[in-house]
Write a protein that binds this ligand. Structure first.
Ligand code: G3I
Length: 330
């Protein structure tokens, strides 16, 4: 692999290249990470329930390891994620007697969590996904139903950004979501970010998760999303990219290896996506893959339990796939 270009070097005049990692892949894919990536995100280990499993009892061990690895290797860090409906803990929304907390208490807990986490890592993370996936996927609804929304009300989003900005004034603060290129959801995300900017809430970017597949979304929808969000004057990052081998309604589960045809199609798609990203390099500051290589991906079990998937540009053994060559040579 001596002649393989370092992906982040190839993109040095465009944007940083990131990977999501967990404590296993940080160890097993160490060399691949060092060679190709210059930005890291914790796939799970900096989510609420893992950082603060019990009230006031923070567990920073895995996050500290990630930060140390990034510092040793001159990599940047994206923080993921502070306020989300998922991977939170029971205690957060409850009083000791099991009843639901009120708005004031939940706001206090939100502030406590954000100021503790961002305070500890002040200046270390160049961007944070402050609020994740707060927009509904359902066209008849604006915001997703969640305990945060129920208990605090719609301004839970603005409050999270304000607390984050107080705790680390130099970090770029992001709203992050998926299905970001679907026309209707795109407009809801746009509406949210615009309303925050109109109220002078400190928000600096939109994260497009980019959980895409070999057929969807269309390039036109991706371009439309990039242009729409960029028109707000915020920066964009591609935060969780993977290109599934299966379209959404394809529920096959019998493949143990990707077919040649799948590999070509995926390479074609990666080529197209990265052409678009390069075209918008003025607004896109980072592209992060939601894993380091095909040896591990959350898609292995989603949406079909036990099904394997191969969504990245490096194969299971870390060897560059056709997808890699298409984005590394242009
Ligand atoms: O750690 C436990 C383990 O102890 C237990 O034995 C095992 C049994 O299921 O579960 C393990 O936890 C799992 C965790 O990943 C770590 O592997 C959870 O069940 C599983 O739900 C969790 O999934 C994560 C998912 O977020 C949760 O919603 C995925 O790894 C992670 O890739 C995924 O990431 C999200 C982003 O944060 C937000 N955007 C969408 C993206 C993909 O869903």
């Amino acid at each position: 692999q001596l002649n393989t270009p370092d992906l982040y070097q190839v993109y040095k005049n465009f944007f940083t290249i990131g990977a999501a990692v967990n404590s296993k892949t940080l160890e097993s894919e160490k060399e691949l990470l060092k060679k190709h990536y210059n930005s890291l995100t914790a796939e799970n280990e900096m989510k609420f329930e893992l950082l603060q499993p019990e009230q006031g009892n923070f567990n920073f061990a895995n996050a500290d390891k990630l930060v140390a690895f990034a510092n040793e290797n001159n990599m940047k860090l994206r923080g993921h994620t502070l306020v989300w409906h998922n991977q939170t803990t029971e205690w957060l929304f409850q009083n000791p007697d099991g009843t639901q907390v009120n708005r004031e208490i939940l706001l206090q807990r939100m502030e406590e969590h954000i100021s503790t986490v961002l305070g500890r890592y002040k200046g270390q993370f160049y961007s944070w996904d402050v609020v994740n996936e707060a927009i509904s996927d359902d066209d008849s609804e604006y915001l997703r139903k969640s305990k945060w929304l129920d208990i605090i009300g719609e301004d839970f989003i603005a409050k999270a950004f304000e607390f984050a900005h107080q705790a680390d004034p130099n970090a770029s603060l992001f709203y992050n979501d998926y299905n970001e290129s679907h026309p209707n959801k795109r407009e809801r995300i746009y509406r949210l970010v615009k309303s925050l900017l109109d109220k002078d809430v400190p928000i600096h970017g939109v994260g497009l998760q980019a959980h895409w597949n070999v057929h969807d979304p269309s390039l036109d929808d991706i371009r439309a999303a990039i242009e729409r969000y960029a028109s707000l004057g915020v920066q964009l990052q591609i935060t969780e990219m993977d290109v599934s081998m299966f379209s959404w309604d394809d529920r096959r589960a019998d493949l143990t290896q990707p077919t040649e045809e799948m590999l070509h199609l995926q390479a074609e798609r990666y080529d197209q996506f990265f052409r678009v990203f390069r075209e918008y390099k003025e607004v896109i500051s980072n592209v992060t893959f939601w894993g380091a290589n095909d040896s591990y991906t959350w898609l292995n079990d989603f949406p079909v339990r036990g099904r394997k998937n191969w969504p990245f540009v490096f194969g299971e053994n870390g060897v560059p796939k056709e997808s890699f060559w298409r984005i590394a040579k242009f």
